[in-house]
Design a protein around this ligand. Sequence first.
Ligand code: UGA
Length: 460
Amino acid sequence: MRRKYYQTRRIGIIGLGYVGQTLAAFLADGNIVTCYDIDKSRMQKIKESKKGDIKEKDLNLYIHRAMDKNKLYFADSLLEMLDKSLEFLFVTVGTPSYDDGSIDLTAVNSVAMSIGIELSKIKISEYMCPLTIVLKSTVIPGTTREFISIIEKYSKRKEGKDFYVVYNPEFLREGSAINDLEYPQKIVLGGSRKSLKEIKEFYEEYYVDSMGIDGIEEMIISTTYENAELVKYANNAFLATKISFINEIANICEKTPNTDVGVIAEALGLDDRISPKFLRAGLGYGGSCFSKDVEALIKYSKEDALVLKSVFRKNKYQREKPLTITDAWLGKDKTVAILGVAFKPETDDIRDAPAIYLIDVILKGGATVRVYDPEVSAEVLISKFDGNLIVTASAKHALKGADYAIICTEWDEFKKLDPNDFKLLMNKPVLFDGRRIFDPKTFIKAGVTYYGIGHGKHDA
Ligand code: UGA
């Protein structure tokens, strides 16, 4: 909307996962975007409903608007998409992990092969300018060069002459993805000077109205493929390290009278070399990226990766805390209330969520679990577990008759619960506040057995 003098580009996106859907919706504001995913039923669902199939603020609005304005299309095949004389083709397929934690590049490599095969069928002269392929999936260093050699092999064409390849990692956060795309803090571009030219110009034009040319120049880092690939891992690993670090300080606080990790984090955050972000102690990080990326980086490093291994171990230790601090959850006669399942508030994503780990162990220990999350659907939860799992319609319902309650996600609505809710509804009011949402003193004074994170015993 702000892009007054912007020239419309023809863009393709392969892979309609989290990044693909949000990127497609966002770029279709000002460009003509065509999407393709090998999961045809997923694509069809998005096309027919004019909605994303993930929960993300403003996503549905953007998709609906773009489709109504004929800016967003879904192709039946890769060839159909490439035939639209694309200028940019973004690749946003998933890079999951193998069981040993190393990265599984099957999807990236098979997309490279398919692009190569289809490119070989298209006459290059039909293009107004050479296609720039922008790989966005999180990949270990060396992957983009391999990606290029696969495309070259199957297309019999040359990167740098017939097409260009750029590596451009994505830094958006779930829950604020569209906003993060609208106001990026950095754009990292890996490639040769020649391959980067078109994409740099595209980003400069796209963001000039909101950031000014100086703002964009400061934000764009043009570098080698390998640097760009490693930046993404370093970024996530650093944030994960901050979280494990503050959780370590929280554990030290628990052994030190008259301390509170919240106060310590606040003071640390005032130092602008540290910043206050990602210093919230709790049950540790979850989500689709942090554990996966830290593990992949450990595997890739082939060094001892001492810091990263500790970050990873600390995160595991942290999510086990509600189970090691008491046995109020163990046995057939016990009922445990789990409040919050999503890996963070404002999403329904449960990938690598601490709550999923806890529910699994508690059910295996024989107890009944009563669970509530405002966004995660009952079907999803029921299909995930065997055992005595009851999905309830509210936090208060989950607390009914429970012997132990664990707060796993800091949803705002949980902050409204008071000690009496726990005392009156639970069989025994034993609470583990895994996200530090309550004041321990108030709860202890009211007669709740309160376990938290990062509170030292208070003398007064
Ligand atoms: C993260 C990164 O923040 C994005 O920059 C990156 O693009 C994305 O991964 C990715 O690689 O795709 P996201 O997974 O959406 O984004 O989640 P975050 O908001 O970063 O939170 C991650 C986890 O850390 C959550 O479980 C959250 O509860 C936890 N966390 C966060 C803490 O425990 N303490 C904090 O202080 C901050």
